[in-house]
Design a protein around this ligand. Sequence first.
Ligand code: TA6
Length: 306
Amino acid sequence: MIYTITLNPTIDRLLYLEEVLTKEKNNRLESVAYDLGGKGHHGSYAMSKLEVENQALGFCGTTNKRQLEKILEQKNINHDLVDVYGKPTRESYVIVEKGVSGSILITERGYEVSSYDKSLLVDKIEEKVKPEDTVLIAGSMPPGFEIKDLEQLITLLNKIGCFIACDLSGEALKAAVKAGVNFIKPNRFEILELANHGQSLLDTVKELTKTIDYVIVSQGGSGSLCGHGNEFYQISPPTIVVKNDTGAGDCFVGSFLASLTQKKSFVDSLTFATACSASKVQHIDSTSFSVKDAQNLQKKVIVEKV
Ligand code: TA6
């Protein structure tokens, strides 16, 4: 079983502009849509689409709970969230300009969680997670959830003995590396914060892979530099027309962990996850991708042993 933990859930409000975003102009919207936000929820969406059993854990504000739950149900995501009373789940504004590749992401901070809220989440994790499970902690932390809370969460998961995957950034990523986890996916800027002074990117990955089973450095449209054991690869995605890149990294993480759970090899998991992500960016929302499309795109992913 895979559990995803989204500490700071989000509803994505997608704003499709009639034209290119321009300052000092009334930029008119062609349409507005809502989709699932949050990196852990996106991971669950990919796992569910790939028919890998998973459950989404985390927090959920009660004042707009129905809206988030409706999207989770539409996306067929099994979930068991801790209610945070009287608070609204935040929104991320995803701006998609007419005829322009990619998106602009503007994200709210989120509501504050209390010690009681945190204790309820820990209770659920203690009750559910088994040593043979995988847990993905992904996305930002809400106000009130401190680094020490993350350290305690990872310590608990290490005590249980499950596989711990983290898609985190900044101080949270550093704390996860220090606490000991099995998977990280920093981007090309975040990895620099984990590097020894003057160390090359590849040497940093090799160093980190001594203590972390899987280290994936995402390089946006250029692909990723990946390490596991004594295997290191530069992965290059197929050339495709990007409509909306929001959620591409999350789709990669969910598809990669799903592939590992299905006992695929490291390289096969990497190329399939890259293909799922390439399919995702060809869709205009934050989550959708085509498994069939990904299976075709996987043949075009370039793997270079480094
Ligand atoms: O990675 C994309 C995304 O999940 C968006 O859909 C939006 O919800 C945002 O990231 C949330 O980011 P955060 O790091 O605050 O969890």
